[in-house]
Design a protein around this ligand. Structure first.
Ligand code: HEM
Length: 417
């Protein structure tokens, strides 16, 4: 196969599974590969696929900027970019450091520990809502629910509104996938709806502050100035998208991996002390966020390739986490793997995932409850994957299991459609 057959842009190439064979070939043959893309500056981007290089690009923010052209794959015009640059994920230090400080205190290990009992209650409530039936759609009814309930709780979104949040984030992230598109609407419209929702919520909190992140952000100041309306809206949008899609798709992808590897499920069921390590392996093996983008701030050289200032750089966590030079038998799903220095949350630079502690807790709790309550869970149809080159996503996983009685978990309010 020639490298010119590789197309990492078209989401349809990810719909039957991540094209790991392409990434393996790139790591071997062209670890810094000039991938054509008509709309990109200079007609292409550099695809970075080896573990060590992805870590370097992540950490060296001075040469690989998130701010210059944003951190998402798609190209933006200057107006869009100016708006996106108000979002922390599209900033560089020191501006980034100031914004990150605002929300850091909402995501400390202590704050996550304080949420643990609530997360357990929600996980049980979610399983309660399906356990008597003996069948469910794992994605819609289980893995999507927990992150939604938790992020709604953190942000102060009334739980009844979380269906809207689910739809908006689907439409923004899955905008390429026909199932999540609404005919004749633009994904940008979903963002506009999020902004007006955030403003409405903010005006309620201005009158009646609470212990939620929206109230914290309303009070927050950067260099003596309060966040303006747009900055607040963008924070809200970043948190709902980042907090939802990622964790949901991790749980769904991991469940699918367990269906392919029933021995690993059995191992975990018998020995729950393996759970923390198993969560790390789920993160490595699934890698829900497949890439992020940077822009070169200077002329650089990497593996003999001349990168020009302004070039688009896309580094692939999904490839780094399967790099044979960093992991033994990287394509094997092994919940006892140790060490496991995956970069599913980023390679350790300034943008390292803000929600990593929270996500780990949600995943751990959900699998612990599933293993206890529906240990005989099995695939009952076909796994339907998302069409996207960004999120390693799953839309539906029909499951079946022996019906059982609810245990009285936290009531899960219905999601108004
Ligand atoms: C399995 C779950 C998750 C995965 C795999 C994941 C992955 C990532 C990655 C790779 C980045 C780096 C972005 C970059 O390099 O530009 C990131 C950043 C971020 N994540 Fe997560 N994430 C997860 C869960 C969450 C959750 C639950 C939240 C919040 C509730 C969250 C909030 C954020 C935010 C706000 C950023 C931007 C941080 C910054 O720019 O400083 N993430 N995440």
């Amino acid at each position: 196969m020639g490298l010119d057959e590789i197309d990492l842009i078209d989401g349809r190439n990810f719909v039957h599974g991540v094209p790991y064979h392409w990434f393996a070939e790139l790591r071997r043959e062209a670890p810094v590969y000039w991938h054509p893309e008509a709309v990109a500056p200079r007609g292409g981007f550099w695809a970075i696929t080896r573990y060590d290089d992805c870590v370097q690009v992540n950490r060296d923010w001075e040469h690989y900027s998130s701010a210059r052209r944003g951190s998402l794959f798609h190209e933006m015009d200057d107006d869009q970019l100016a708006q996106q640059q108000l979002m922390m994920v599209n900033m560089d230090p020191t501006m980034h450091t100031r914004y990150r400080r605002l929300v850091n205190k909402g995501f400390t290990p202590k704050m996550v520990r304080d949420l643990e009992q609530q997360i357990v209650g929600y996980a049980d409530g979610i399983i309660d809502s399906v356990c008597e039936r003996g069948t469910a759609d794992f994605v819609e009814e289980i893995s999507a629910e927990l992150p939604l309930l938790v992020i709604a709780e953190l942000l102060g979104v009334p739980q009844e509104d979380r269906r809207m949040v689910f739809d908006w984030s689907n439409r923004m992230i899955g905008s390429e996938d026909p199932e999540y598109q609404i005919p004749d609407t633009d994904p940008g419209e979903a963002a506009m709806q999020v902004y007006s929702y955030a403003e409405e919520l903010a005006s309620r909190r201005r009158l009646q502050p609470r212990q939620d992140l929206i109230s914290v952000l309303l009070d927050a100041e950067v260099e003596g100035e309060k966040l303006n309306e747009l900055e607040l809206d963008l924070f809200f949008l970043l948190l709902i998208v980042a907090g939802n899609e990622t964790t949901r798709n991790l749980m769904s992808g991991a469940m699918a991996a367990f269906f392919d590897h029933p021995d690993q499920w059995e191992l975990l069921r018998r020995d729950r002390s393996l759970l923390p390590g198993a969560v790390e392996e789920m993160l490595r093996y699934v890698t829900p966020v497949m890439h992020f983008r940077r822009t070169a701030t200077a002329d650089l050289e990497l593996h003999g390739q001349q990168i020009e200032e302004g070039d688009k750089i896309v580094f692939w966590h999904t490839s780094a986490n399967r790099d044979e030079s960093a992991f033994e038998n990287p394509d094997t799903f092994d919940i006892t793997r140790s060490p496991n220095n995956h970069i599913a949350f980023g390679g350790g630079g300034p943008h390292f995932c803000l929600g990593a502690n929270l996500a780990r807790m949600e995943i751990m709790v959900m699998f612990d409850r599933l293993l206890d309550r529906i240990p005989d869970i099995r695939l009952d149809g076909e796994v339907e994957r998302l069409q996207s080159n960004f999120i390693n996503g799953t839309k539906h996983i029909p499951i079946a299991f022996a019906p059982s009685a609810p245990v009285g978990g936290a009531p899960v309010p219905p999601r108004a459609r």
